[in-house]
Structure formats: structure tokens, C-alpha cells
Design a protein around this ligand. Structure first.
Ligand SMILES: [Zn+2]
Length: 505
């Protein structure tokens, strides 16, 4: 071990540094790179730790605009606000790009048990649900715990009834299946409406909404408590009848906008590191954790990178996607405007999983490894195992690059390397070959206690955690954007061309 006195400010032993310098310009510039990157990381972490900029901007977004359903007037104000915030952060090329989003607006809605007791239920209609007929629907409820139970009942047990999915909570992805697909599956068996236990592990009688796959039957989420009451009454052998009334506006598409800004790269400005969150939220709460905080973690990270004396080699592009929740219109717009640039996207970083302190990175190499046809669906080849073998090899390549950066990431506690999807907004880009990153949060996060509910408010945001996540994001984004070589080459194999922009506007 080199005594501290023999170490250069770069952390590289002085003798080794002299040798490196004597070895020639290529090696010397590697040492220069490392010294510059170490100084940059020190600055990023130092400023992130002291900064309250991201926290204050999130408060402003939540308290002065509030929830922001894609296509709503509040969202239009949030787009104006985002452009101003990106300019305040010092970003270049700040602009908006048009998107088309599904027009769905919640109207008056209610649900109540009418027999064997009279009891108002705590509910929220599911996003994109159709309305009930005027006057509502009154029908007997059949309670199921699973899709298997639903199918076992068949048309004879389901037709003409309201189906309640009151499943056992084992985590968000299993629970959201009922919310997403429950209505269409129950409708296929003749259900007149669908109720769904909210997708949350803990509840204080808070209903959680979310998107469903279109169905002809109206569907609503019930709080865990309301769903439990119906289940217990039914289990006691008493037929339960519920009245459900929802009057939602469902229209054609509406105009909305993604918002973009950049820190322009110094050597390869045409190469892009995409960093993003989604600006829209559900129409309840303040959209603080989902996903105001993701937007502000990423904008704060870009602002800190913008403050560096030497910009990274590549361009850092911040995108606030306009429609993750309702219809994915933000991603569609980005592909329309930038699909032809995908080979120049060296990586994407998404933050859309709440504010708990990240322990590392989620890494998505699926699209880099898997051959896809022109519609983006996976191609089955004679050698079907090959893409998966390649994915493992590519993942190892990324893992080893991140291990080389442990000098920067380990002091932030960000050493977890988790294969998985990086986020919904950039999922399509990852399928087309972009390397994707997300922040890896602990599995016991309280994110799903709040998300998609009236409880998703600013007062549950922790300033210190936001600053720590911004530091981790800033360091990881900077290192990827400043690396002499791409982490993974493009194309990793013979790829079909990425989607070309059609009718970009
Ligand atoms: Zn989200």
C-alpha cells in the first residue's frame, strides 16, 4: 500500500503517475482523464450533498401545480414550468416536443354496499375505465382471489355480476396484473363491472388508481379496507350487493408535450446519454413520488454536471416524458422525433421508482442482445439461446465497467448491480438496443404505499434522500457520458434499423 504522502492528488501513487506520464501521450491522457474525473466526482458529490435546489423545485411543482394528468390543463402548466426549470438549471437546447395522449378525465364517481348493510366504499375509478350507464350499476358481487378462481367460476358464476379481485398482496407486479387485466378478463365472462383491491402493501383506507387494459366494463379500485369488508361479508355467507356509479369523460387524443434540455458534450456532442423521469401523474395527490421526484433527481443531476468546469465528452439529454401513466404518448413522441438517433444513444437513465436511497443500478441489456424484427418483437432464430448467452456476456461487460468505477460509486453506497428493466418510458428504446439504467432501490421501499393515490404528496419526500439519489445519478451519468469508449458498442450484433421517424412534428 502506498503511504499517503507518496500519493498524487488523483489517488494514483506518484511514482506510478510519473511512469504513466513517461510512457507516452495515450497513457498520460488516461491519467489526465482519471484526475479530471476524480475532481469532477468530488464536485458532483459535494454540491449534491449541500444542494436543496432539486428539493425546492419539487416543492414548487407539487405545491403550485399539483397532480398532472397527461393532457390536462395542469399538465400544460407543468410543461411551461419544466422549460423554465431546465433553463434555471443552465441546460441548453431547452424545448418541447408535441405528443398525443389519450383523453380521459375522471368525473363524479362512487361505490357503496346496498345489501346486507348500507356502507359507502372508498374507491377510485381506474384510469381509462369506461363509465357506468347513467344511474349506475347495482349487482351482486362475486369475490375472487385469483384469475384461476375467476376462470373456475366461468360465465355461469360471473355473468351479470360485479367481480371483486381481493387477492393476497405479494408485491406490486403481481397485484398490478389484477388492476391492469382484471376488467378485460372478467368482462369476457360477462361481468357487469369490476372492483379491485388497491395495489399496495399498507393502507390507511387510501385507494390507488392506475391504468387498465381497455374493457367494456367499468372498473374501480377499492381501498384494502373496503375490499376486505366485502370479502368478509361474502365469506360469512351473506350475498353482497354493490352500487357503482362513474361518469368519466373518454375522448379522442389530446395534445401534450415532452420537455427536453441538454448539457452538450465537449468531444462527441452527437452521442447521447438520455436521463429522464415522467412529468405526468395520476389525477390525485401531488405526483410527488410518481414521478415528480424522478424528474427532479435527474434534473438536479444534470444541473450539477452542467456546473462542472469541463463538460463530459458526450451530451447529457434530460427528457421529462409527458405521458407514462395513461397511454405511453411520451415515449411515442420521443421515438417519432428521435428514433433515428437511437444508435447514438449510448445509454439511458430513468428514475421512476420513488425516493428511497438507491443502493446501485438496475441494468437492462435486453435490446442490445436480442435480435428484433422491424416491429420490435423478438425474432425466433434457429439458435434461440444465443441472444440470452450474449445478454449474459454483455451484462458482465457492463458490470466490469461499473466495478472499475467503484472508486466513485462505492463511497455513495451504490454498488448493487441488478439486471432488470430500467423504466417504462425508455423501455422501447432499450428494446431497440439502448443500454438502460435505473436506480436500484431497496425492495422494502414504501413507494407503493403512496403511489397512484391521494397520499402521494410532497410532505413524504425526504430532502437528504433526494440529494443522495441526485449524487448517485450525477456520478453514474457523468462517468458514462465521459468514458473514452461506449460501455457497449452499437450495434452489438447485426441489428435491424431502429424505427424511423414517421410524421415527426
Ligand atoms: Zn411512474
Amino acid at each position: 500500500m502506498t503511504p499517503p504522502s507518496l500519493r498524487s492528488p488523483t489517488g494514483i501513487p506518484t511514482a506510478a503517475l510519473l511512469l504513466l506520464l513517461a510512457a507516452g501521450p495515450g497513457v498520460a491522457s488516461e491519467a489526465d482523464d482519471r484526475a479530471r474525473q476524480e475532481a469532477a466526482v468530488r464536485q458532483l458529490v459535494g454540491e449534491a450533498t449541500l444542494s436543496r435546489w432539486g428539493y425546492d423545485k419539487l416543492r414548487e411543482l407539487c405545491d403550485t401545480i399539483g397532480h398532472r394528468l397527461a393532457g390536462s390543463p395542469a399538465m400544460a402548466r407543468a410543461v411551461d414550468w419544466s422549460e423554465a426549470a431546465m433553463r434555471e438549471a443552465g441546460l441548453s437546447n431547452v424545448h418541447r416536443e408535441p405528443a398525443r395522449v389519450t383523453d380521459w378525465t375522471r368525473g363524479p364517481e362512487s361505490a357503496r354496499i346496498v345489501s346486507p348493510i348500507e356502507k359507502e366504499l372508498t374507491m377510485l375509478g381506474l384510469g381509462r375505465s369506461v363509465s357506468t350507464p347513467p344511474g349506475g350499476i347495482t349487482a351482486a358481487v362475486v369475490v375472487v382471489r385469483s384469475f384461476d378462481e375467476l376462470n373456475a367460476l366461468g360465465t355461469a358464476g360471473v355473468a351479470g355480476r360485479i367481480v371483486l379481485f381481493d387477492y393476497e398482496w405479494t408485491g406490486y407486479s403481481a397485484a398490478s396484473e389484477f388492476r391492469t387485466n382484471g376488467a378485460s378478463k372478467a368482462a369476457a365472462l360477462g361481468a357487469v363491472a369490476v372492483l379491485c383491491r388497491s395495489a399496495t402493501g399498507r393502507s390507511q383506507d387510501t385507494p390507488h388508481t392506475g391504468r387498465l387494459v381497455y374493457a367494456k366494463t367499468p372498473a374501480a379500485a377499492l381501498s384494502v379496507e373496503s375490499a376486505g369488508l366485502i370479502r368478509r361479508l361474502a365469506a360469512a355467507g351473506t350475498p353482497v350487493t354493490v352500487h357503482l356509479a362513474m361518469d368519466h369523460h373518454v375522448g379522442e387524443k389530446r395534445d401534450c408535450h415532452n420537455v427536453l434540455g441538454e448539457v452538450v458534450g465537449r468531444e462527441r456532442p452527437e452521442e447521447i446519454v438520455l436521463v429522464n423521469g415522467h412529468l405526468d401523474s395520476w389525477d390525485v395527490g401531488q405526483g410527488a413520488q410518481d414521478d415528480g421526484i424522478g424528474c427532479l433527481i435527474m434534473l438536479e443531476a444534470a444541473r450539477l454536471i452542467r456546473n462542472l468546469p469541463v463538460p463530459p465528452r458526450r451530451t447529457v439529454r434530460v427528457v421529462f416524458f409527458t405521458d407514462e401513466e395513461i397511454s405511453g404518448g411520451g415515449t411515442d413522441s420521443y421515438l417519432r422525433h428521435h428514433g433515428h438517433e437511437i444508435p447514438r444513444h449510448v445509454a439511458g437513465f430513468e428514475s421512476d421508482a420513488g425516493g428511497e436511497v438507491a443502493t446501485g443500478l438496475v441494468v437492462d441489456v435486453r435490446g442490445v442482445a436480442v435480435l428484433r424484427d422491424s416491429l420490435g418483437t423478438m425474432v425466433t432464430t434457429a439458435d434461440t439461446l444465443r441472444p440470452f448467452v450474449e445478454a449474459v456476456a454483455l451484462r458482465k461487460q457492463v458490470q466490469s465497467a461499473l466495478a472499475d468505477w467503484s472508486w466513485a460509486l462505492a463511497p455513495l453506497g451504490a454498488t448493487t448491480f441488478k439486471p432488470g428493466g430500467s423504466g417504462v418510458d425508455i423501455d422501447e428504446l432499450c428494446k431497440w438496443g439502448m443500454l438502460g439504467f435505473g436506480l436500484a432501490h431497496p425492495t422494502d421501499t414504501d413507494y407503493f404505499d403512496y403511489h397512484h393515490s391521494p397520499a402521494d404528496t410532497f410532505d413524504r419526500v425526504d430532502a437528504k434522500k433526494l440529494a443522495r439519489n441526485a449524487a448517485i445519478a450525477a456520478v453514474a451519468i457523468y462517468l458514462v457520458a465521459d468514458a473514452p469508449d461506449r460501455l457497449l458498442p452499437w450495434p452489438a450484433r447485426t441489428e435491424p434499423p431502429p424505427p424511423t421517424p414517421t410524421g415527426a412534428r
